[in-house]
Design a protein around this ligand. Structure first.
Ligand code: ZN
Length: 349
């Protein structure tokens, strides 16, 4: 009898211990991984509930799909990608998806609509590979849509991913809006962009007060429409620098309105992070830190971030990523370069 009582008591104690451990488990962060695809884009977002959203998949072939699958499985601990978005039809953004689906299951696909016909800047064989991969099940997003993510629990602030531009239109604009729309002080336009870049999907993620903007490869003229006559994204905390930091994007009118505290450039060693973009970011009063996936080997130190803000310094690299972790209350965030064991924490604005 005594024995039984002791064992009942110990299982009760064990239960209490398990319950208190479960209670003490810290709430999860919102994590964003900027994966190095050598001047393409691949941004993996993992919500505190473990739901995943991958924006872009790098270039075709094994290298980028392999890097993305490694971060997704080994670093983020995912078993599948819940949502995958191609911002636009350039090979450095959606080329990796057919291979990636062989390495990790991908549940839902989103894009700005398949191209209506052949175009000089779009490779027909890659579109065909994409069609086969999604098997008719891709979802077309338009400006103003929000991604259907699981709602956060009452212990977490609201999380939203909203589409601000799609297929050449900014949220609120009528179809047929011309690319160049004079607006704002010091208005400046550039030659009309005839490529698919300006049709990129762009997103604003909000988690409580925290705001992150990812604009794909949208270019100068549509960037102005995003902030004039109305500043649609508003000021953000973190800016994934448009178009890898190429300078027909990153119109100062946009960057001045975004006022990012942290800018992250997904450039390659010889692509993007151009001197003019670097100067625009540098000249933005609110910008405290500029991170680069790669040192730009074509410019000097003055047009690159300091070494501890660069994930990959040598042209021949291991493809190291940058990680952003937003605190469970959305009030601060940490940017780290895990391979260099460097991390810095910033306050949400
Ligand atoms: Zn690109």
């Amino acid at each position: 009898m005594k024995l039984i009582r002791t064992s009942a008591l110990s299982s009760l104690l064990l239960l209490l211990l398990v319950a208190s451990l479960a209670q003490a488990a810290p709430p999860k962060t919102l994590d964003i991984y900027f994966i190095d695809v050598e001047g393409g884009a691949a941004t993996l977002i993992v919500t505190p509930l473990g739901e995943s959203l991958l924006v872009d998949s790098g270039f075709p072939g094994d290298r980028d799909a392999g890097r993305i699958a490694h971060v997704a499985r080994e670093i983020a601990g995912l078993k599948q990608i819940d949502h995958y978005v191609s911002t636009h039809w350039h090979r450095d953004h959606y080329g990796g998806i057919p291979k990636l689906t062989q390495l990790i299951p991908v549940k839902r696909f989103y894009d700005h609509g398949l191209p209506p016909g052949p175009a000089d800047d779009i490779q027909a064989e890659l579109i065909e590979a994409y069609r086969q991969t999604v098997a008719g099940k891709s979802i077309t997003l338009t400006a103003g849509d929000s991604m259907k993510l699981r709602p956060t629990t009452k212990y977490l602030p609201p999380l939203q991913v909203r589409v601000l531009t799609a297929n050449g239109l900014v949220v609120g604009e009528q179809p047929g809006t011309p690319q160049v729309q004079p607006c704002g002080p010091n208005f400046q336009s550039i030659a009309e962009d005839k490529t698919d870049n300006y049709k990129s999907l762009s997103f604003l993620l909000t988690f409580g007060r925290f705001k992150f903007f990812n604009g794909g490869d949208i270019t100068w003229n549509i960037e102005n429409r995003l902030v004039c006559p109305k500043n649609i994204p508003g000021a953000v905390d973190v800016y994934q620098v448009n178009h890898h930091g190429v300078d027909n994007s990153n119109n100062p009118a946009l960057v001045r309105n975004l006022k990012p505290r942290v800018a992250i450039i997904d450039n390659g060693p010889r692509k993007g992070a151009e001197a003019r973009t670097f100067a625009t970011l540098h000249g933005t009063l609110e910008t405290e830190a500029i991170y680069q996936l790669h040192r730009n080997v074509r410019t000097t130190a003055k047009d690159n971030a300091p070494s501890d803000y660069i994930a990959n310094e040598a042209e021949e690299c291991q493809g190291e990523f940058i990680k952003l972790s937003v605190a469970p209350n959305g009030e601060s965030y940490t940017v780290s370069i895990p391979s260099k064991q460097i991390s810095r924490t910033y306050k949400t604005r």
